[in-house]
Design a protein around this ligand. Sequence first.
Ligand SMILES: Cc1cc2nc3c(=O)[nH]c(=O)nc-3n(C[C@H](O)[C@H](O)[C@H](O)COP(=O)(O)O)c2cc1C
Length: 175
Amino acid sequence: MFMDLIRKRRSVRKFTDQTIEKEKLELLKESALRSPSSRSRNPWEFIFVTNPDLLKKLSEIKPHGASFLHGAPLGVVVLADPERCDVWVEDCSIAMIFLQLAAESLGLKSCWVQVRKRMLNDHVSAEEKTRSLLGIPEKMKVLAILAAGYGAEKLEGHPEESLMREKIHTNTYGG
Ligand SMILES: Cc1cc2nc3c(=O)[nH]c(=O)nc-3n(C[C@H](O)[C@H](O)[C@H](O)COP(=O)(O)O)c2cc1C
């Protein structure tokens, strides 16, 4: 059941060295391509990175929050052509969450690595670095990378009591 899946879901940043089966990789690709997008413009594209050298290089695209790509068996780079759709950020974010939840349903764990608006240093953006590492054309924008694999740490889902019920309003703000 979907609710069980999201009740258990957590971001995991440590992976075993077990590779992801080809069938599961194919299901992840299908999930990405089944993501809804504004006006069905499908502006996104996906780079499935399994090469350990490339994953290590991707783990260094920004100083914090990407290191676990080194040691992950898979990184899925989600990028888009902004000329195809003005709301490509939303489209790519939805594709990221489709991938993340599909991974969870297949017994894999994952974590989002933000690329858009992140910097490697004062001069180079995480996006520029990703683009040069993977040969991505200038016109394409990179949203994020999903690191995925078999989890090497067990995190409990967020407990019911931790949900911020005050963030839910009924009919009017504050209602
Ligand atoms: C838009 C977005 C960007 C994120 N970027 C990163 C990131 O760059 N590095 C990282 O380690 N985690 C990143 N995360 C994961 C969050 O830190 C994580 O989802 C949050 O701490 C809640 O933990 P949980 O997913 O286990 O519930 C990102 C999550 C989202 C939704």
